[in-house]
Every structure is written in C-alpha cells, then in structure tokens.
Design a protein around this ligand. Structure first.
Ligand code: NCD
Length: 303
C-alpha cells in the first residue's frame, strides 16, 4: 500500500511498488482524460527552495490534470523562510493546508528532515546533490515505454556523476532489476561517489573517461549537465564544463536503437543537431515525467 507514504529516495518503495506506479503512469499516458477528475477537492503544495522548470511545472500540471489544485512557492525569499522560519515549522504549517507536499531544496538530506515534520505524504523533488526520485520514476517510465522492459541492458551514465542527483537515484533504482550493467562515464574529478557504488550492490559497472569508447555497447545513454551551482571552484567548472558533447558523429558509433536520455536542462552536452535523431528521447522523457507524477500523486493519496 502506497497510501500515506513518503518518497525520499527510490528504495523507499519496493520494486513491485515502483512497478505499480509505472503501470499506472503508462495507463494515464495512454488515456489521460480518464483521470481528469480523480483528485477533485485535493490540494498539493509545491515548495521549491531551488530553481526548477520541469519538476515544479510537471507536478503542477499533473495535479491540475487530475482535477486537483495547487499552492506553493518557487521563490523562498517571498516566504517566511526569509524571516528565519525553520523547515520543520514550514512543513507543519503547510501540512494543515494541503493533502500532499512536493519539496525541492538545495541542502542534501533536507528532504528527510522535512518529511519527519510533515503530516501528509511528502515527495522529495530533489535535495541538493543527494537524490531525485521523481526524476527516476520519469526515467524508468521512459525506458520501459521505449524498451518494453527494465531488465538486461547496458546503461551509460555520462557527465557529472559526482554532483548529479538524478544519476545517484537512477543507478540505485536500476540496480534492483536483473541483467543491468552500468558504464559510468566521467572525468576523474566527477566520478560516481563511493556511497552510490556501495548502494548498487553486486550490479556490474565499469568506469571510463571516454564516451567514444563506451557508446557502441550502450542500450541507454543518460547524459547529464555539469552542475555548475555545486562547484566550490569556478575554474574547475570552467575546465570541465565541455568535457562531453554528444553530436551526430558520436551517435554514428552507437547502436541503432540506443536511447538518448537527459533529465534536462541541457547546456552544451548534447548538440542541438542530435534532437532530430529518432534515438533522442529527452523531450518525450519530460512528458513522461508529468504522467508518472500523476500516477505517484494518485498512489500516495490512495486514489
Ligand atoms: C535535474 C535536477 O534538478 O537535478 N533537473 C530536473 O529535475 N529535470 C537535472 C539538472 O538540474 O541538471
């Protein structure tokens, strides 16, 4: 039963529970009108302490498309946080107003802290460099939709594996399916953190700096942005920011049916020319994000 639960990191839910959300997400994607009244009378709060386009708008679109309503903020300086209110107090107060809360925060671990104080289901919409479980649901739905399975595949995660929370959550989630191999593609300075490597248990992985060497083997290539805002040393960011640029020349080395995903926003890491390639699915991926968030909201509200 998912009713009343929180989602802080992907393994808060069993594989069966995740699959039930994906299954519902798939049904909603096929027939969205059928669900346009299920959340009538329900309210979600989207509390965003850090910038976002897709995640916040897709939560808000999701609740609106379910017939529910939305309150919240995208600029914490306009909330009582600027007067010194604690995260816990804000959560307690907002819990009195709404049925479910989605929060993004720039501090790793803040989702856990907020969820403790929250009296309604709580969804982590990204906490610092830590986790981003609803992006992972989005990624899983997209892979399942285009590959018809989440098993037996080689997945390349490329770019900023150190600070990118989406790849931390995705690696953790995909490691629970069978026959998965990871190729972690990053510069030495931005390698996958040890705690994530520990979390993926016995799942096979290799690490490389070369996208060209890795790309021919991949079934899914997950590109990521170098996370400028998390660097202490801006010179290091400037040195690393254009390490990987996926272009049509590199796409020529890839399998005919390799999926190219990206949580977006992209900066330079995928050349615009790749958008026309039928294997590029990052814009469709963003749409899957809305459907899977509709499914998640319904499940956590027990609808
Ligand atoms: C990602 C994030 O916020 O972590 N964006 C998103 O939610 N789609 C990726 C990023 O910012 O690079």
């Amino acid at each position: 039963m998912l009713k009343g639960r929180n989602l802080i990191k992907p393994d808060d839910f069993t594989v069966e529970e995740l699959d039930s959300i994906l299954e519902l997400g798939m049904q909603i994607k096929e027939n969205p009108e059928k669900y346009n009244k299920v959340c009538e009378g329900k309210l979600i709060a989207t509390l965003f302490y850090e910038p976002s386009t897709r995640t916040r708008l897709s939560f808000e679109a999701a609740m609106n498309r379910l017939g529910g309503r939305v309150i919240g903020f995208s600029d914490p300086s306009a909330s009582s946080t600027s007067k010194g209110e604690s995260l816990e107090d804000t959560m307690k107060i907002v819990s009195n107003y709404v049925d479910i809360i989605a929060m993004r925060h720039f501090i790793s671990g803040s989702a856990n802290q907020a969820a403790q104080a929250c009296e309604v289901p709580f969804i982590n919409a990204g906490d610092g460099e830590n986790q981003h479980p609803t992006q992972t649901l989005t990624d899983l739905l997209t892979i399942k939709y285009y590959k018809s399975s989440l098993e037996k595949m080689t997945i390349g995660l490329c770019g900023d594996l150190k600070y990118g929370r989406t790849v931390h959550s995705l690696a953790k989630a995909m490691s629970r399916y069978s026959g998965i191999k990871f190729v972690f593609i990053s510069p030495d300075e931005l390698k996958m953190p040890d705690n994530v490597k520990e979390d993926i248990g016995n799942t096979e992985y290799i690490e490389t700096k070369s996208l060209e060497d890795a790309i021919p083997e991949l079934d899914v290539l997950y590109m990521t942005r170098i996370q400028k805002e998390r660097f202490e040393d801006i010179d290091q960011y400037n040195r690393l920011k254009d390490t990987y640029i996926l272009d049509l020349e590199k796409m020529d080395l890839a399998k005919e049916d390799m999926l190219v995903l990206h949580p977006l926003p992209r900066v330079n890491e995928i050349a615009v020319e790749v958008d026309q390639d039928p294997r590029a699915k990052y814009f469709e991926q963003a749409q899957c994000g809305m459907y899977v968030r509709m499914a998640l909201i319904m499940k956590l509200l027990g609808l």
